[in-house]
Design a protein around this ligand. Structure first.
Ligand code: KPL
Length: 309
């Protein structure tokens, strides 16, 4: 397959490395010129266990439309949620009618932005529980295997099944499901219950599981998110089961710093608008109170005031 990845952060670099290893043709796109140049010169570096794997890769900040005889089969959108509109413009420049666009971003709203610019027939949306930590430009540690679930943003599409097979063959276990919104909300529960708390308290994910006070805040944020999901038409099931599942995610990713924690460590604006902020907005729309998500959102926003975007 001919693939472009927009956003070579932790997940973008991880997926890029595995897809290159499986023999796919890849272009990495980073809006930052210096970063794109570094990745182009030094390649992708994947740390897995004690082994370092290196991959040569093309990287650019200014992608050109492909020639008609070699279109991109897939554009993977891996930028932070707040950069999706810009990524959609870049994707529109290099996509043809045949190109599929897949987002595996955190939070709610990314797929909608892509559909608006690119049309909903070819946009796919998914969640991934792969564990990845960015160590430098194009350098990533694979912290643990987790499943990727892909589904169509709009009506049924055979492409989700096709992509799930390609990822699985590349060593990134994936499956497809038509009812992807259930998985998007479930992942959102994990992000609402883990990300802002770890960022604010300066802790790794495991502390959410092992510290009773952190676990209590996490549980309250998750319960609110489950109620908002139900009110907006996605039934996630028993609240306490989802709370236990989120705590199990925190335990399984104990040694990881959440993506929002990593953003705060780098003094970068976070995805909170698309995580706790999205729950707060959806809750207001459906009359569901979300005081814990609102508090986490406001504290992160306060912390961000001195960060660059
Ligand atoms: O998706 C994550 C993130 O950090 O964004 C979790 C599930 C919390 C794992 O770190």
């Amino acid at each position: 397959m001919r693939i472009a990845i927009i956003g070579p952060g932790a997940m973008g670099s991880l997926f890029g490395a595995y897809l290159l290893r499986a023999g796919h043709e890849l272009l990495l796109i980073d809006h930052n010129n210096t970063r794109a140049r570094t990745i182009g010169q030094e390649g992708l570096r994947l740390h897995k266990g004690d082994t370092l794997h290196r991959f040569t890769v093309d990287a650019t900040a200014n992608p050109l439309p492909p020639s008609p005889d070699s279109p991109y089969d897939l554009i993977l959108v891996m930028v932070k949620a707040q950069q999706t509109a810009k990524a959609a413009e870049t994707a529109a420049k290099i996509a043809t009618d045949e190109t599929l666009i897949l987002t595996l971003q955190n939070g709610l709203g990314g797929a909608e932005i892509l559909c608006k610019v690119l049309g909903e027939e070819r946009v796919l949306v998914g969640v991934t529980s792969q564990g990845a930590t960015l160590l430098g430009h194009g350098e990533v540690r694979h912290g643990g295997n987790g499943e990727t679930i892909i589904g169509p943003a709009a009506p049924a599409s055979k492409h989700a099944a096709e992509l799930a097979r390609i990822f699985t063959e590349a060593g990134l276990e994936a499956r497809w499901e038509e009812g992807i919104s259930l998985h998007l909300w479930k992942k959102l529960c994990a992000n609402c219950g883990i990300n802002a708390i770890t960022a604010l308290a300066n802790i790794k994910n495991g502390k959410i599981y092992s510290h009773p006070e952190a676990a209590a805040v996490c549980a309250d944020a998750v319960r609110e998110t489950v109620r908002v999901a139900t009110a907006s038409g996605t039934r996630l099931g028993d609240e306490e089961e989802i709370v236990s599942w989120v705590l199990s995610v925190a335990k399984a990713t104990s040694a990881n710093r959440s993506s929002m924690g990593q953003d705060v460590d780098r003094r970068r604006v976070t995805e909170v608008d698309f995580i706790n902020g999205a729950v707060m907005r959806e809750g207001a729309l459906h009359g569901v109170p979300t005081p814990v998500n609102a508090t986490l959102f406001r504290l992160i926003k306060t912390l961000e005031t001195n960060f660059k975007s």
